[in-house]
Design a protein around this ligand. Structure first.
Ligand code: ZN
Length: 434
């Protein structure tokens, strides 16, 4: 299984200079090749592949002797990456490749020959760079990407193969429906609601101030440069806080559940609503789903998306009665048929879970089967069966309303505290349950 670990690097001033040289050379080469590809296409109607431009490097080195100062494989990799960028564009995964700027984030990539020793990364032509390696890196190192961000921090993303097979996906265990929202970031079918941290709002005033200060500085001045770094620092803070929140919450959901069902949101479309665009963007739903997916799959758990047109809010999860319309400001409603009182979001999350389980059962028939042997603890069976129509609410709700599992948080601030457990929403009048 391929894994990536990102570590912080602390190059000394000499190394910083060599890195700057390498960043510059690779950037120049990328831009040169991109321009060449554009021109060739205009003249002949045919493009060049990454391999074809790679062959030009020896000639370019003769013309520009400073290119030889950079490790040759980094240069080659820049050409190959450009080829990949074009492929991604033609297969509609990405936009047209752009020219790289000397402002902003810089990167080079080593396809091989990087070694790791204690607290050090040994890079060809750069030397031993001190690093904080906070995680064990076991296995064959594939590529190492060195980046420098706008606030002059250096990182290395180390891709390695740990030679282990990806775990098989197992559906037996607790399942959960996750509804994403703006007031509460996550609402689960368990009845837990996690508050949206709205990190941008907290830093907005500070960001505005720093941006105003920047705008008053003269272009090209030293003070402008200093001010630019201050703005970058605020942006970095916001990103770090958001990622921290998303990682902690997704880790918690993945640890506690085996099957995770999420709505497949059309985020780009929702962003068209300019009143909500900013809130949606700062919430980071897309990133959250990506994180949930890889965390689940790395542990043999199932991540399932439900079609966005599935009427999760409007359906009563007890009797499956659908109401015609449910305006957004209605947070609580009562089902006409079975008189169940619903919390809008929790009901939606439960429906998502049931629908996800239905999809899983229809995809692979063995998912719904009871576990072999009476000895199995079988919480999974309950959860899976409930997707098929039988609703063992009593057991489910006992599970759902159990107090939070307390983890030792190893001195870290826990940013994913449950806001409220909607007890009220769970109480289903007896006799109504199927
Ligand atoms: Zn109902």
């Amino acid at each position: 299984m391929l894994k990536v670990v990102k570590v912080r690097l602390y190059p000394d001033s000499q190394q910083q200079q060599s890195l700057a040289q390498a960043f510059g050379s690779c950037r120049w080469l990328w831009n040169y090749c991109l321009n060449l590809m554009n021109e060739t296409y205009k003249e002949t109607g045919k493009g060049l592949s990454g391999y074809e431009v790679k062959k030009l490097i020896p000639q370019l080195k003769k013309e520009n002797d400073w290119l030889a100062l950079t490790y040759s494989q980094c240069l080659q990799q820049a050409c190959l990456n450009l080829g990949v960028a074009f492929n991604n564009f033609f297969e509609k995964r990405a936009k047209y490749p752009r020219f790289k700027s000397k402002h902003g984030k810089q990167a080079i990539q080593y396809p091989q020959n990087v070694k790791i020793s204690d607290h050090q990364l040994i890079l060809p032509k750069i030397g031993k760079v001190s690093a904080i390696i906070h995680r064990e890196i076991e296995g064959k190192i594939k590529t190492v990407t060195i980046t420098k961000n706008c606030s002059d921090q250096y990182f290395a993303a180390i891709l390695f193969d740990d030679a282990k097979e990806k775990p098989e996906l197992i559906a037996e265990g607790k399942s959960i429906g996750v509804d994403l929202g703006l007031t509460h970031f996550v609402i689960t079918s368990d009845g837990s609601k996690f508050d949206n941290p709205r990190i941008l709002n907290k830093h907005e005033k500070n960001l505005k101030l720093k941006q105003q200060q920047l705008s008053r500085k003269q272009k090209g001045s030293n003070n402008r440069n200093k001010s630019r770094k201050k703005v970058a620092r605020v942006h970095r803070k916001i990103t770090n806080c958001r990622e921290d929140f998303l990682h902690k919450l997704s880790r918690r959901i993945v640890n506690e559940n085996q099957v995770i069902v999420v709505e497949n949101l059309h985020i780009k479309g929702m962003m068209q609503n300019h009143c909500l665009a900013k809130s949606i963007q700062q919430a980071g739903w897309g990133m959250f789903c990506t994180i949930l997916k890889y965390k689940a799959e790395n542990e043999g758990k199932i991540y399932q998306e439900v079609d966005r047109f599935f009427p999760s809010s409007k359906t009563c999860h007890v009797c499956l009665n659908q109401v015609g319309s449910l305006p957004l400001d209605v947070r609580y409603w009562t089902c006409e048929k079975c008189q169940t009182k619903h919390d809008r979001d929790i009901n939606a999350a439960i429906n998502l879970r049931d629908e996800g389980l239905r999809i899983l059962t229809s995809q692979s028939p063995q998912v719904g089967k009871p576990a072999h042997g009476a000895g199995s603890s079988g919480t999974g069976d309950k959860a899976i069966k409930c997707g098929l129509g039988g609703f063992p609410h009593e057991q489910l709700h006992q599970e759902a309303c159990r107090p939070d599992v307390s983890h030792s948080n190893r001195g870290r601030k826990k940013s994913t505290t449950t806001l409220s457990v909607g007890q009220e929403a769970h109480t289903i009048p007896s006799g109504q349950c199927g």
